[in-house]
Design a protein around this ligand. Structure first.
Ligand SMILES: [Zn+2]
Length: 206
């Protein structure tokens, strides 16, 4: 059988739509003809590539949906935390260091985390998920720090009050006054780094 006949048969052979005789003829020819073998490899290669492209497209659509859901859930959670903090703040009527301490410790770190989540929308600004996740972590810390400084002025707190006693007093004072805030800041910074890498992976950023 000549090459042109084999090439005509190849599509049927690939789709498994030819007779056993034709199949045997094609296989016999392919074993002895490098040119037709190459044509067959090209044809099957193209099919697999198209199938793969289709799968990647389908997969990224599901991943995009997952990524959006993750971000929405986290945004809602940080928003709820801010509401809880503000609710506690509204319930306090004492002044100076006690004033707004609950808000200070909950609202401030939650705000930093929420801003970093909003920043996730601009994921395309970053080249890869490693850079993105470190930026997300740094942004959480930076916003939280700015919010802490703003809160000190807003609630007219004087952190120097804590410096009055011994080192142990100072340490205890820091833990007592900012403990929850420090814990939440560390937690959100780590969450921001880990979850943003997860988020970037779902969007195919390597
Ligand atoms: Zn041939």
């Amino acid at each position: 059988m000549n090459c042109n006949v084999i090439k005509d048969l190849l599509p049927l052979y690939i789709d498994d739509c030819c007779s056993d005789e034709s199949r045997a003829e094609v296989e016999n020819h392919i074993d002895n003809c490098a040119e037709c073998k190459k044509v067959l490899e090209n044809m099957t290669g193209t099919v697999t590539k198209e199938e793969m492209n289709f799968e990647i497209k389908n997969c990224s659509r599901i991943n995009y949906w997952k990524a959006s859901t993750l971000q929405s859930v986290l945004l809602l959670a940080s928003f709820l935390l801010i509401i809880v903090g503000v609710y506690f703040e509204a319930g306090t009527d004492y002044i100076d260091f006690g004033n707004g301490l609950a808000a200070f410790n909950i609202v401030v770190p939650a705000t930093g985390f929420m801003i970093s989540l909003i920043n996730w929308y601009f994921i395309r600004l970053y080249k890869n998920k490693k850079v993105f996740s470190w930026c997300s972590c740094a942004l959480t810390l930076f916003v939280t720090l700015c919010a802490f400084v703003w809160s000190l002025f807003h609630y007219e707190m004087n952190p120097l009050v804590l410096l009055g006693g011994t080192f142990v007093d100072f340490f205890e004072g820091i833990l007592f006054s900012f403990g929850i805030g420090i814990f939440l800041t560390a937690l959100f910074a780590v969450l921001s780094k880990v979850l943003s890498a997860f988020y970037a992976k779902m969007l195919g950023k390597e």
